[in-house]
Design a binder for this molecule. Sequence first.
Ligand code: K1U
Ligand code: ZN
Length: 176
Amino acid sequence: MALLHILRYPDRRLHKVAARVERVDGGIRKLIKDMANTMYAAPGVGLAATQVDVHKRVIIIDVSETRDQLNVFINPELTAASGEAEREEGCLSVPGVFEKVRRAERITVRALDGDGSPFTLQAEGLLAVCIQHEMDHLEGKVFVEYLSRLKQQRILARLKKQGRRAPQPEAGRPVL
Ligand code: K1U
Ligand code: ZN
């Protein structure tokens, strides 16, 4: 089991646009396993491959209380969105920061699952928020970019201070 290093904002690699997955092979299945271990250990309710410096269109989400309902989305696409809702978000790449963001309330997403089979899912509530948040990561967007310039500056200052207290492992190196 590998635990992967999660990039921290403002690392510029978080702004790369992820490439489509052409084939769901053993490499992608290993990536999903490692991402799941990393997300559960963090702990988090979602993770995008971008956050572990793999620039492929793969996201995983588990919003269940029992932490045993992993959703895998490969090449996710929003096919419908309606309503608006503001909800507090967090991000494993922006530790300790929780801010409200306005997003679509209900969405329909089409993707491939971990076996490469296509599926369509309708979502609302935390699952819908999480899918949109993780899909933003694949486009190189971090949720703090929805906030005012002043809030972003304050967050950057706070993260710099945290970084001085706890140095990061070398970029790209697994932590285990
Ligand atoms: O970094 C990420 O993209 C994961 C992020 C997902 C997310 C959470 C809430 C709203 C939008 C997106 C997190 O998981 S942050 C950690 C968190 O919210 C959480 C951790 C443990 C239990 C419950 C929530
Ligand atoms: Zn995030």
